[in-house]
Design a protein around this ligand. Sequence first.
Ligand SMILES: Nc1ncnc2c1ncn2[C@@H]1O[C@H](COP(=O)(O)OP(=O)(O)OP(=O)(O)O)[C@@H](O)[C@H]1O
Ligand SMILES: [Mg+2]
Length: 491
Amino acid sequence: MAVYLNSCISLPINLTDNDFQDLIQKIKDWTIMHGGGMRSKTQFSNDSLTVVPFTLLPSVFPRAEFQKAIAIQPALNELTHRVSNDHEFLFSCLEKTIEVDEFTRNLFKLYETVRNEGFTQRLSLGMLRSDIMQEKEASGDCIKQVEMNTIASGFGWLGIVSGDIHRFVLQQMGLLDKLCVLPKNNALQGLSSAIIKAWELFNEKDSVILVIIEDQSMNICDQRFHEFEITRQKPELHVIRKTLTQISNEANLSNSKDLIVQGKKVAVVYYRAGYSPDHYHGEAEWSARLLIERSTAIKCPNIQYHLAGTKKVQQALATPGTLERFVKDVKKAAEIRTVFTGLYALDLDENGEKAVKMALDAPERFVLKPQREGGGNNLYGEDIRHKLMSCMNSKERSAWILMDKINPPVQQNYLIRPNQDFKKNSTLYDVVSELGIFGTILCDGDNIIINEQVGHMMRTKLTSCNEGGVHAGNGVLDSPFLIDDYPKNIM
Ligand SMILES: Nc1ncnc2c1ncn2[C@@H]1O[C@H](COP(=O)(O)OP(=O)(O)OP(=O)(O)O)[C@@H](O)[C@H]1O
Ligand SMILES: [Mg+2]
């Protein structure tokens, strides 16, 4: 068979089926042996890993747009920080939502509680991921932001692995001259050193890092490699992993509001869970979250940052003049605006009515989003129509936002998944990609100490698939192959 390579890689290589099968197996073995693993959903065991799903080939991405995405990240970091510290703005964005959405209401209550008591920690740490797709436009493709993640922004490690898988693939195919086209990626190092810097500023030699995890961590390699990288950079530093349930049983606050876990003071809390209602089985987990927020630990993110990452805030920032309130530099604000796509509130007012009508007339042009993270919650096509019809005159509508659907260019690729037969491994599928850019921001009040872009990750999914979650089984890991011009056959 002829292994198809994206035409920018341009050299079809003839392989027999057997050779192709061997190649795929070798690449899967390489992947799992280099940290490209996750827990199996079907045969979960704490003692074994299954290979991550990945594209056999990198996906082309215009170099100029990639560089634009990287260049804009510090401005987006700072924007998130400013928004998170603007109480009036957060309240005005979420006031209607919290009337009807219990989860956001609970988060907001927690925020108000600690705000009224007085925040105990001036230092804030954001480990952010801005998700981006390319939009096909008449004037050429340009990047559009899907959303900004402020909590549990994953794939800092697996983003690196994906690029390394593709380096190995290109090397195996003898395409050594193409290796330089895959951009460097230091996401893990950058994210980990931000945590370490926060720990240093906390300035207590024996203090530890606490990672809040789910009951079952499927994305274990991504999480553990952060932990291992922290220990590599700072061998004396200890990392403890606990669920919110365990924190409710095992943690307490000292008289000076230090968070104490296993007899150690916690310097930094890094949430890899806590973003979904599923992570709060009841009062115990909410109390644990409150305990952490009340403490002197530096939270990544603190509750303000968590709220600043809601889709409602994203939508409000897109309304005329709002972004400009936070970004005084006119040029910077204009640059940020170019990556926003159409976002619409669905309140029970004139603008909301207009947005509903637009969505009912052409639901295929939009995505309907609630205030949730973790994938699988958005609605598309006819489901948008059904949802909107069902809450036509109800306040429930305010808990959702409407967003223009981004239409990225379609490419073809092989999708390699665990336990998949050769036929599927060797089928070329039409796919689209989403790039995530990582940023870190460490601040003391309004004073910015670190504000950086630190790396990237890419996920790719079938064109027929709406959501791209890797653990949900829709998306697969990918990496960008930077090009100056699109080849003709990419639509
Ligand atoms: N406006 C859009 N146009 C096209 N696709 C979109 C759009 N918004 C979301 N998607 C798709 O749906 C997925 C999930 O959307 P979104 O990132 O808003 O939700 P989430 O629950 O916060 O996901 P995540 O777990 O990635 O943070 C995206 O990764 C993307 O594939
Ligand atoms: Mg998200």
